[in-house]
Structure formats: C-alpha cells, structure tokens
Design a protein around this ligand. Structure first.
Ligand SMILES: NC(=O)C1=CN([C@@H]2O[C@H](COP(=O)(O)OP(=O)(O)OC[C@H]3O[C@@H](n4cnc5c(N)ncnc54)[C@H](OP(=O)(O)O)[C@@H]3O)[C@@H](O)[C@H]2O)C=CC1
Ligand SMILES: O=C(O)C1=N[C@H](C(=O)O)C[C@H](O)C1
Length: 247
C-alpha cells in the first residue's frame, strides 16, 4: 500500500518504521513545514492517509483528504467538536474514515474492562469513581482522547454520573464539584507515552484498574493495521469494527 503520512512527528515516525517493516511504501511525509506538498501529490499515488498531526490542524487535514477521495485513518486527539461535520462529509463523498482515540490493542481491551467494571459498580454507590491520565510534557491537549473515551464508557454505564470534568496540574481537588461528574486528573511528566488509571474509592478501600503504555509501538501498529483493513472499504469505522465484538 502507498501510505501518506500527514503529521510526521513522534507518531508519524513510529508509523513509518512499522509500515516499511510490513512491506508498505510511504507516498509522502507531511508536517507543518511542507503542507503545500499535499497539492502536488497525485491522487493515484496514495492508497490511504494516516493522520497524526495536532488538535488545531486535524480537521482541515481530514477534510482536505476526504475531498481528494483519499481514505483517512486518524489518531489525532482534541478536534472532535468537528467530528459530525467530518462524518457527514465522508458520507457525502462516499469516502472512508477510521478514527480511534487510541489504536493500541491493550487500551481497547481496557476500554471494555472499564465498561464492565462501571456496569458492575452501579450497585455500589458508596464507591466514587475518578481517573488519572499521565502523558509526556509535549502533549497539547488535556484530558487525553483516551481519557475522554474512558469517561464516556463510564457515563454510559453509571446513571449517577452525567458529565466529566478535567483537573489539570496543580488545580486543587476542593475546587472541583464531582458529585455528578467523573473527575479526570491530567498530569504531564517527562516522556511518559501514556498511562490511564480508573479508581473506585470508598471510605474503607479502593479498586483500581490501570493501563500503562511502555512505548508508542502499540499505537503505531494499530494505526497501520487499521490502514490495511480500511483499504478498499467505504464508510465510517472505529476499533470495534476492526476488532469485532467481545461476545
Ligand atoms: N490515537 C492514538 O492511538 C494516538 C494518538 N496520538 C495523538 O496524535 C497526535 C500527534 O501526536 P505526536 O506524533 O506525539 O505529536 P508530535 O507533536 O510529535 O507530531 C505532530 C506532527 O504534526 C505536524 N503538524 C502540525 N501542524 C500540521 C499541519 N497543519 N499539517 C500536517 N502536519 C502538521 C507537526 O509538524 P511540526 O513538527 O513541523 O510542527 C508534527 O510533525 C496528538 O493529537 C496525539 O494526542 C498520539 C499517540 C497515539
Ligand atoms: O499524545 C499522546 O502521546 C497520546 N495521545 C492519545 C490520547 O490523547 O489519548 C493516545 C495516547 O495516550 C498517547
């Protein structure tokens, strides 16, 4: 497959290596400095675009690619207020769009475990749920896309929780009203690739589940596998389509 890398930072580079190892070719590598190269890239030279750029640029990038008729696998977080618009454009153009806030298999198993635990905890209102996500200091958005997906999974299962709230850095917990909210604490430390912890606290004990990424390899592999899967398909997809149901 000919893959266009849209965003050639930490993830773009990890994806390139894995794509080459799996026998694919790189049609172009685009970052903030050479976005105009998109115009001069021939439509036929690209089978699929893998988009990992920035919260500010993702929407315009995806839109441009769908208008060119290129299938898009996107992993960029922090742009989802425009998701409905992208999905409508994809339908109008009869295109192909794949999105995941996290492409690692482990996190996608963790998403399922999170929902199952939340459903179970419905019967135990003495436990208060909260979440912590830890990422490297270059990360632009908070909370992480993965934390938002986890929070949405909890909201789906726990009727007492109506929304999520974010607590960044040193913000004191006393300022947050989390009676009807899932509190997400966002920490930025060193080069941490991505850690997510869900906690249920009672007066007497704590239940905790945790996913720790050891590197970006899992995210990159998932994105390349998603691109292989998307090639030749039409529609809007996510990791549940790729991995199948858990039943
Ligand atoms: N879904 C998932 O599994 C994962 C998602 N992510 C998400 O992916 C995104 C990228 O992460 P990461 O690679 O670590 O970030 P980096 O900051 O390392 O890389 C971002 C890249 O995007 C480029 N860029 C900026 N603006 C544009 C533009 N207009 N068009 C094209 N490229 C542009 C940057 O170029 P320049 O350097 O020139 O500014 C840089 O090459 C983030 O939103 C992150 O949260 C990350 C890991 C896993
Ligand atoms: O920016 C990152 O690095 C990551 N971003 C994604 C997110 O926001 O959830 C996925 C992963 O946690 C790494």
């Amino acid at each position: 497959m000919n893959i266009l890398l849209l965003g050639y930072g930490k993830m773009g580079k990890a994806i390139e290596q894995l794509a080459l190892d799996r026998g694919h070719q790189i049609a172009a590598r685009i970052d903030a400095n050479n976005v105009d190269e998109l115009e001069t890239t021939s439509s036929d030279a690209v089978d699929v675009v893998i988009e990992f750029s920035s919260p500010e640029s993702a929407f315009e990038n995806i839109k441009y690619c769908l208008e060119r008729g290129w299938p898009v696998v996107c992993g960029t977080t922090g742009w989802l207020s425009h998701r409905a618009e992208i999905e409508q454009l994809c339908r109008d153009k009869k295109g192909a769009f794949f999105y995941a806030s996290n492409y690692s298999i482990g996190v996608n198993l963790f998403f399922r475990l999170n929902k199952t635990l939340a459903k179970f905890m419905r019967q135990y209102p003495s436990y208060q749920v909260s979440m912590t996500e830890v990422h490297h200091t270059e990360k632009k958005d908070a909370p992480s896309g993965t934390a938002i997906t986890l929070a949405e999974g909890i909201l789906e299962q726990l009727p007492t929780k109506k929304r999520w709230v974010n607590r960044e850095g040193d913000q004191p917990q006393s300022l947050i009203d989390s009676t009807d909210a899932v509190e997400i604490e966002s920490l930025r430390e060193g080069t941490v690739p991505g850690t997510h912890v869900i906690r249920y606290d009672s007066e007497v004990d704590q239940i905790e589940i945790k996913h720790t990424a050891h590197s970006r390899q899992g995210f990159a592999l998932g994105a390349v596998v998603a691109a292989e899967w998307l090639n030749g398909r039409e529609g809007i997809f996510g990791m549940d389509d790729l991995l199948g149901s858990d039943e």
